[in-house]
Design a protein. Structure first.
Length: 175
């Protein structure tokens, strides 16, 4: 048993198995106190009953476009459940784009920071993940509008690069 919940029913050596590695990482996020201590956003996350058995997760993963991508539970779901309906393999840059860092942003809207002289600065990650300075504005609302416009444009661009239609649609409707 992995983390007291996962059943490895594999009938082959799993030492270098990419399916097993992803399965274990998913279980660790949900059921390892050590992982949750370092990454508190995983507290309260769980894996659906079906995926607690390795062969079921592997069977799903084999049908996905997963190479070079990360397993995501946030874009299609509520961010707390790993399941076939709520998960997809997405590009790393899409995953970074989706991270809102809500716990680190302070009192201003997402993408907005207080700047010198009482002004407000807006920054947004582009489709390659680089932070782009969008300008300096008189109000946090103006800066927020610039940020949201940039996020919409980046979401559309990223949607063209994703292969999973569910991910494409979620990105298009994200903002």
């Amino acid at each position: 048993m992995r983390y007291g919940v996962g059943v490895n029913d594999s009938d082959y050596p799993i030492k270098n198995c990419p399916f097993y590695k992803r399965w274990c990482l998913m279980l660790a996020r949900c059921y390892s106190p050590a992982v949750q201590k370092k990454q508190t956003t995983y507290i309260g996350c769980e894996v659906c009953e079906d995926w607690l058995t390795f062969s079921n997760f592997k069977s799903w993963m084999e049908k996905q476009d997963w190479k070079g991508k990360v397993l995501d539970k946030d874009l299609l779901g509520n961010g707390k459940l790993y399941s076939p309906e709520t998960c997809a393999f997405i590009l790393e840059k899409t995953n970074s784009f989706m991270t809102d860092r809500r716990n680190h942003r302070g009192e201003y809207p997402l993408g907005v920071h207080k700047h010198q002289g009482g002004k407000y600065q807006a920054r947004c990650g582009d489709s390659s993940g680089k932070r782009v300075h969008l300008g300096t504005f008189n109000t946090p609302e103006d800066a927020s509008r610039a940020y949201k416009k940039c996020k919409r444009e980046v979401a559309l661009k990223l949607s063209e690069e994703e292969t999973d239609i569910r991910v494409r649609n979620a990105l298009i409707t994200y903002i």
